[in-house]
Design a protein around this ligand. Structure first.
Ligand code: F6P
Length: 350
């Protein structure tokens, strides 16, 4: 058996742990040949495929390394046209691959599903720091991102306190507020603003004013997809040839501009950006990614294709790619963490 492995979309701590586990599991259990596809689906497009052999030695020592040894791309889209899809499938045939393990986010799962519909046996492994993949209650990379944001909030607390400022910290997460919610709680934010709950500027300003007279400082943790009531999300840029062209970013600065005229104290904004995606995965993410990689190998060996690895109720499983492609998992408005936040007096901006 010859199995291809690729990482697609934005990178994420824990990708190397998945590559290592898929490879070691396949090598050890069925002696498969494992072929690493370089730079995501870009490695299966163009004039010739870009690959490297993955053997025991080449995946040893990478468990705790951030990023992906295979490289990734969030622009390459084999489904851009029937011609590019046909070219990708031709490369797969030329490489002699029996199946492909695609590690990625919702964009990668949508492409994997499209290729599966065109006859390619695929297993998907969900990856995103955003924790927003349907069918997966915890994606690897999320824990690492939450740890990074939590540390940033802790640091911002002390300087905000010293200067008596309102400190706004913007997290990644796209249209889902999981990172902002969990890190905001862990980092003792006074207000947590999520894409799922449009914020009321007057309510946020009232909270800051009240704290101006007592604690003197306020920390606001805001997800990049959050928006004011009646307003729009803050789009940083559009990347025309990407399967998901919208890049969010800058809502912390927008909120700073809105809040400043309403307050006495200075308002400062910090956009954390890609520091949330870089660096070594936490032990939790290393273990989760290892489990996901091994589970993908089990699906391949069982011939259970066109499925994505899942984690539901703490148990590993799989769902058909068709059920997860093109979807997001948002924070439900009745989520226990939202309720707990309200009950301990954390403002949610509504
Ligand atoms: O989906 C992961 C993610 O890090 C989002 O949280 C963020 O909006 C986006 O990717 C950033 O993408 P890029 O690295 O292309 O700017």
């Amino acid at each position: 058996m010859r199995i291809g492995v690729l990482t697609g979309g934005g990178d994420c701590p824990g990708l190397n742990a998945v590559i290592r586990a898929v490879t070691k599991s396949l090598l050890r259990q069925c002696g498969a040949e494992v072929v690493g596809i370089e730079d995501g689906f870009a490695g299966l497009m163009g004039e010739r495929p870009h690959t490297r052999a993955l053997d025991w030695d080449s995946v040893s020592g990478i468990l705790m390394r951030g990023g992906t040894i295979l490289g990734t791309s969030n622009r390459a889209n084999p489904l851009a046209s029937e011609a590019t899809a046909a070219q990708t499938l031709a490369h797969v045939r030329a490489l002699g691959l029996d199946a492909l393990v695609a590690i990625g986010g919702d964009g990668t799962m949508a492409i994997a599903h499209g290729l599966a519909e065109r006859g390619l046996p695929v297993v998907g492994v969900p990856k995103t720091i955003d924790n927003d993949i349907v069918g997966c209650e915890r994606s690897f990379g999320f824990d690492t991102a939450v740890a990074t944001v939590t540390e940033a909030l802790e640091r911002v607390q002390t300087t905000g306190q010293s200067h008596g400022r309102v400190m706004i910290v913007e997290t990644m997460g796209r249209y889902a507020g999981w990172i902002a919610l969990e890190a905001g709680l862990a980092g003792a934010a006074d207000a947590i603003l999520l894409p799922e709950i449009d914020y009321d500027l007057a309510a946020v300003a009232a909270l800051c004013r009240e704290r101006e007279t007592r604690q003197r400082y306020t920390v606001v943790c805001i997800g990049e997809g959050a928006k004011p009531r009646g307003g729009a999300m803050t789009v940083e840029r559009r990347i025309a040839d990407s399967p998901d062209p919208v890049r969010l970013g800058g809502v912390a600065h927008a909120l700073r501009e809105q809040l400043q005229p309403l307050l006495r104290s200075e308002v400062r904004a910090t956009v954390l950006g890609h520091v949330q995606r870089g660096g070594v995965p936490t032990p939790f993410d290393r273990v989760l990614a290892t489990q996901f990689g091994n589970q993908a190998a089990q699906l391949v060996m069982a011939g259970r294709y066109n499925q994505m690895v899942t984690l539901q109720g703490g148990r590993l499983g799989s769902v058909p790619l068709a059920e997860v492609a093109h979807q997001h998992r948002n924070v439900p408005l009745d989520h226990p963490l939202l309720q707990a936040a309200r009950q301990i007096g954390v403002a949610l901006g509504d």
